[in-house]
Design a protein around this ligand. Sequence first.
Ligand code: GDD
Ligand code: MG
Length: 351
Amino acid sequence: MITPVLLCGGSGTRLWPLSRKSYPKQFSPLTGEESLFQASARRLNGEGYDDPVVVTADPFRFIVVQQLAATGITPDAVLIEPEGRDTAPAILSAALHVARTAPDGLMLVAPSDHVIPDTDAFAQSVAAAVPAAQAGQLVTFGIAPDRPETGYGYLELDAALTDDIAPTPLRSFVEKPDAAQAAKLIATGRHLWNAGIFLFRADTIIAAFQEKTPDLLTAVKAAVDEARADLGFLRLAPEPWAKAEAISIDYAVMEKAKNLSVVPYRGKWSDLGDWAAVWRETAQDGMSLSGPATAIDCTNTLLRSEVAEQTVVGIGLDNIVAIAMPDAVLISHKDRAQDVKQAVQVLKTKQ
Ligand code: GDD
Ligand code: MG
């Protein structure tokens, strides 16, 4: 059986103003009826899966429980981080929790901000990954790239990709290269994007942390050992947690590990990281309109109103995203969608 580990502690600032500190993007229905978090939980539910372990932040704990209840899924545990320390401590705390009852238990770590509509193709890739993970590999899932994206990790294969989805050893892992390096990696034809989804045994990933970042292991282990049960949540202990380095799993372990494998995933996949990605995912004939929104002579544009009584109208726009919320409106060039993060920083300093 596989324990799904759902990460949903990120604040998703690049999707401001829809994504807020108190209600980030993974809990909003961005592209369909359900939230991305609910869709992620459903994807990893049913045959072959145990109940999920959710790792989240304090303000989201009731949203997590409510949204899971609406899908009929009962979590095995909801771990609450005293503060966000990025994905490495979050994943390690889940591994230590799983290892208490099943040291060699398989964990499928999944972000909760992805769109993966091809559930069959995804299930096939997971099934193909299981033997390698059982044998002690850290298995990554690779997506064929179609642009030199700088927001992703890159997985280097030994040879060009074939149709096979059997796990193959990875030559290297490069997290978030700059634009020039990303273009070079793509040109080799031997690189896949890291989907940000991982399959491994709990003891394999704990051993990797022990080897690469022993101090982080010491801090997180103490936070898990001293965790406090509270109304069905498990609160990680704040003092040791504060000593855990804030670092992503990609930098902490994946870039340095030798026992890495990759399984290609050939279905549709999107990390809804910014408004340009939401546009790519939802646009028809180049236009994405949501809520009361009207476009006249617009191209490659996303107009979205989250307010029933407030219409957004675009005239003669090209490559624009406009998002209207009750208390904030974003208007940005689509190519600058990544910079929304900066805008959020600026607003923070003004408060
Ligand atoms: N619990 C918890 N705590 N979850 C977190 C935290 C945290 O401190 N920080 C981030 N997360 C969650 C986010 O909510 C998201 O679901 C997931 O972990 C991944 O974090 P991101 O911040 O979205 O990572 P990324 O998109 O920049 O990069 C990762 O994903 C890419 C693919 O989407 C990397 O793994 C890249 O290599 C990969 O290509
Ligand atoms: Mg992401």
